[in-house]
Ligand binder design. Structure first.
Ligand code: ZN
Length: 311
């Protein structure tokens, strides 16, 4: 992606307040979540996953989704994303449009494999793809922007390696329902750069009209390398969470998302604009570590930045 000035750029999507927090064992207060989102906006985030509209029995950390959204600042330049797994979740997200700010975009999730699908959303991959298509249609009918994620695109904690052919087929079926973008997600952090390049290239070939987003977890320390591989393969929308917050309640041993500040450092040093301010991100990570009383896994919040070489 090139800007009007010719500089390369990516669009960062901040997922710390949703994917990042959903596995935190201690409930994070609603006003702390809102303060986290406000700090991310101050650091430059313009697309932010703020909540997940799932049943609180499954993800207790997201039980205050409506209260979080009700407290968000009204910003015409910020897109607030709500995750929905079914029609009921979509209706909850739509209802927030009565709030000061409200949800501007919903994200829905297909699973690439049955084992994780049954645990995470109570259905196998075929049914999850149909659900995503239904959510896209309903969202479009309501004038709500919608995008889709294909979770466990490289591997499933229960079923093992996911065949690439299947992910390509899922992307094609979802593309028929015209989401604004499709993300390939390494939900449990098993991917490596060579397989990331291959799958993004194959999906881009199969659905050339749909922008692709990359979503990586750093469970096996390949997350940041995978972001670079995805970028090189043409994915110019990148998910990341402040501090590397995260995990997945339905995927044993899965750890945090790639850290926003680590990704920003790598890309900005490489001459790729992210729109984010590294010092403010590091400050926000330190602030949040104090709030939850434990260190976060990001490297940059320990090491700090470094002058960007003139290009
Ligand atoms: Zn994730």
């Amino acid at each position: 992606m090139a800007t009007t000035t010719g500089k390369k750029s990516v669009e960062m999507v901040e997922v710390g307040a949703r994917d990042g927090l959903q596995n935190e064992p201690e409930l994070v207060a609603t006003d702390t979540k809102i303060a986290l989102i406000e700090r991310m906006i101050a650091a430059g985030s313009r697309r932010i996953e703020v909540a997940s509209f799932v049943h609180p029995k499954w993800v207790p950390q997201m039980a205050d989704a409506e209260a979080v959204v009700a407290g968000l600042p009204l910003r015409d330049d910020v897109t607030y994303i709500g995750l929905v797994l079914n029609k009921r979740g979509l209706l909850r997200a739509l209802a927030t449009r009565a709030d000061k700010a409200g949800i501007n975009e919903v994200g829905c999730v297909a699973v690439a494999s049955d084992g994780f699908g049954e645990k995470n959303q109570g259905m196998g991959w075929v049914a999850s793809v149909e659900t995503v298509r239904d959510i896209c249609r309903l969202a479009h009918a309501e004038g709500m922007a919608v995008q889709a994620t294909i979770s466990v695109s490289w591997g499933d904690p229960f079923d093992g390696v996911v065949p690439m052919d299947r992910v390509v087929e899922i992307a094609q079926r979802i593309a028929d329902a015209e989401p604004k973008e499709i993300a390939l997600a390494d939900t449990i952090g098993v991917a490596v750069p060579s397989r990331v390049s291959e799958l993004f290239a194959r999906v881009a070939d199969a659905v050339p009209h749909i922008p692709l987003r990359a979503h990586f977890h750093n469970t096996r320390n390949t997350g940041i390398a995978n972001v670079w591989a995805a970028y090189e393969a043409g994915a110019h929308i990148i998910d990341a969470s402040l501090g590397g917050l995260g995990g997945c309640p339905f995927a044993p041993k899965a750890t945090g998302n790639v850290a926003t500040e680590d990704v920003v450092y790598m890309l900005e040093q490489s001459g790729i604009s992210t729109g984010l301010d590294l010092d403010r991100l590091i400050g926000a990570a330190h602030w949040f570590e104090n709030k939850i009383g434990k260190p976060l896994p990001s490297m940059l919040s320990r090491a700090g930045g470094f002058p960007i070489p003139s290009q």
